[in-house]
Ligand binder design. Structure first.
Ligand SMILES: Nc1ncnc2c1ncn2[C@@H]1O[C@H](COP(=O)(O)OP(=O)(O)O)[C@@H](O)[C@H]1O
Ligand SMILES: [Mg+2]
Length: 310
């Protein structure tokens, strides 16, 4: 599949001299056409900075970054029009109505009035906002504003959609609705680049994951590859106090190939498929535990640690 985005040794330093801060420290990645790629990392990882450089909103310090085969810092207008952006902060015009926000954006990109007259109602319908067509933006809930920003990003009918935390702070219903729409866009052949703090969302939507922290890429791959490479397939979440047989396993005093992690009121045991039957036998009958498959959140916390970020 052709690559829509290619980053090579991409760096960004904010400020100069004593206050200089290297937010992106030489990253390499690509995004293939028609896929959904997740850019995941804790706060301050450099995700928004990277997206800003893609849109030509943040000036790169060095390296190269190509979008549709052209340098991102000098994208011509017709290429920019092929990219839809959902910024991390909603930047709608609060005094305009829902539909006016879409019309003005469309006119900015030179889309003809009669095209907009069909497309705007379609997009409002697609994002379930048709009942709010005439409402002012400052009367919308947070979830509705987010949906409107997504609708606005689609006004140009873009081939590439960049979404910076599209579902942060939304209720579960709104998140599920947005997931359905993003999967629909992928089905239409669009390329998606997404950041999210919700690992279930990334696992559900993304074909490829780029894990970034402190401006560096920790690893990338499909969710399943990352799970396979960084954690074992099974997780036993055992409630404390740990039975003594398991304390020995947790301290690595047995021969079993098991990783244990204390997460406060319980201990997570990561166990291979093959090791699962014998591990289960070491759990006393009266112990409380939950057995589940490992997921992307386990990988994320294993690679980025459990300390709080900015
Ligand atoms: N305009 C700016 N000036 C100085 N530092 C910035 C600026 N924008 C972001 N940073 C810093 O760069 C780092 C990466 O920020 P950002 O790209 O927003 O991360 P993320 O989106 O992953 O949370 C952070 O340490 C942040 O404080
Ligand atoms: Mg950000």
């Amino acid at each position: 599949m052709p690559s829509i985005i290619t980053a090579t040794d991409l760096k960004k330093t904010y400020g100069k001299g004593d206050t200089a801060h290297e937010a992106v420290k030489g990253i390499n990645f690509y995004v293939s056409e028609g896929t959904c790629t997740g850019l995941l990392g804790p706060n301050g990882a450099g995700k928004t900075t990277t997206m800003g450089m893609l849109m030509g909103l943040v000036r790169m310090t060095s390296g190269s970054l190509n979008v549709f085969g052209q340098p991102a810092d000098k994208l011509p207008r017709d290429i920019k029009a092929r990219i839809g952006l959902v910024p991390q902060e909603d930047n709608l015009d609060p005094d305009l109505s829902v539909e006016q926000n879409l019309y003005i954006y469309g006119r900015y990109f030179g889309i003809k009035k009669d095209v907009l007259a069909t497309r705007v109602p379609q997009l409002l319908n697609f994002m379930q906002l048709e009942e709010k067509t005439k409402s002012r933006v400052n009367q919308l809930s947070g979830g509705m504003k987010r949906r409107l920003v997504i609708a606005r990003a689609l006004v140009n009918d873009p081939d590439l959609i960049i979404l910076d935390e599209p579902t942060t702070g939304l209720d579960p219903q709104a998140r599920v609705m947005i997931w359905q729409r993003l999967l629909e866009l992928k089905k239409q052949g669009k390329t998606l680049l997404l950041t999210t703090h919700y690992m279930d969302e990334a696992q559900r939507l993304c074909d490829d994951i780029i894990l970034i922290d402190g401006g560096k890429i920790l690893d990338n791959g499909t969710p399943q590859q990352l799970i396979k490479n960084h954690v074992k397939a099974h997780v036993f979440d055992v409630t404390k106090p740990l039975p003594s047989a398991l304390t020995r396993v947790a301290e690595g005093k047995t021969q079993q190939d098991i990783n244990a992690e204390d997460v406060g009121d319980s201990v997570l045991f990561y166990v291979t498929e093959a090791g699962t039957p014998s591990f289960r036998k070491t759990i006393p009958h009266d112990a409380q535990y939950l057995h589940r498959p490992a997921h992307l959140e386990d990988v994320f916390l294993t690679l980025t640690g459990r300390n709080l970020r900015e």
